[in-house]
Design a protein around this ligand. Structure first.
Ligand code: ZN
Length: 152
């Protein structure tokens, strides 16, 4: 009996090790299928920082109506040095465009756009797939779903 118990124990441990290895492999897929997503996510996070910095920049300059640039935001200490979008090797961090609307002292709207990934404000709709390979979102979702079904 002891032999069978030990054998089962060994199999269970082996299964656990295998699943941990699989999970580690899936999560470390820096250059796997999910890389376009990671690049985009990083870019969107950068744009959110620009958006926040622009808000304070504009708040402190009620009469300013010109163009806000990333270089300016960094120069005046509203944000730290920003990595460029990694979509293209030739991207520059100051290629981000900042749009804003203000009515008297009220800032109504601040949007940031990356030439590769589109507008920050449109990620819920028309720019959702911008910067991702054609059909990538659908394929990726199907893949994730299939994988999930396997474990059910
Ligand atoms: Zn980008």
């Amino acid at each position: 009996m002891n032999i069978i118990k030990n054998f089962l124990k060994a199999i269970i441990i082996l299964l656990i090790i295998t699943s941990v290895l699989i999970a580690a492999f899936e999560l470390s897929s820096g250059d796997g299928q999910s890389r376009p997503f990671l690049v985009k996510k990083e870019c969107l996070e950068g744009m959110k920082k620009i958006q926040g910095a622009s808000y304070f920049y504009l708040m402190e300059r009620p009469k300013f109506t010109g163009e806000v640039s990333v270089n300016e935001l960094i120069k005046y200490g509203y944000m730290e040095q920003l990595a460029a979008c990694k979509f293209l090797n030739s991207s520059r961090s100051d290629n981000y465009k900042i749009f804003y609307k203000r009515d008297k002292n009220e800032i109504n709207f601040i949007d940031v756009a990356c030439e590769n990934h589109g507008h920050l404000s449109r990620q819920g709709d028309c720019d959702r797939e911008k910067g991702l390979p054609n059909g990538f979102v659908d394929n990726y979702m199907a893949r994730v779903k299939t994988r999930f079904d396997l474990y059910k």
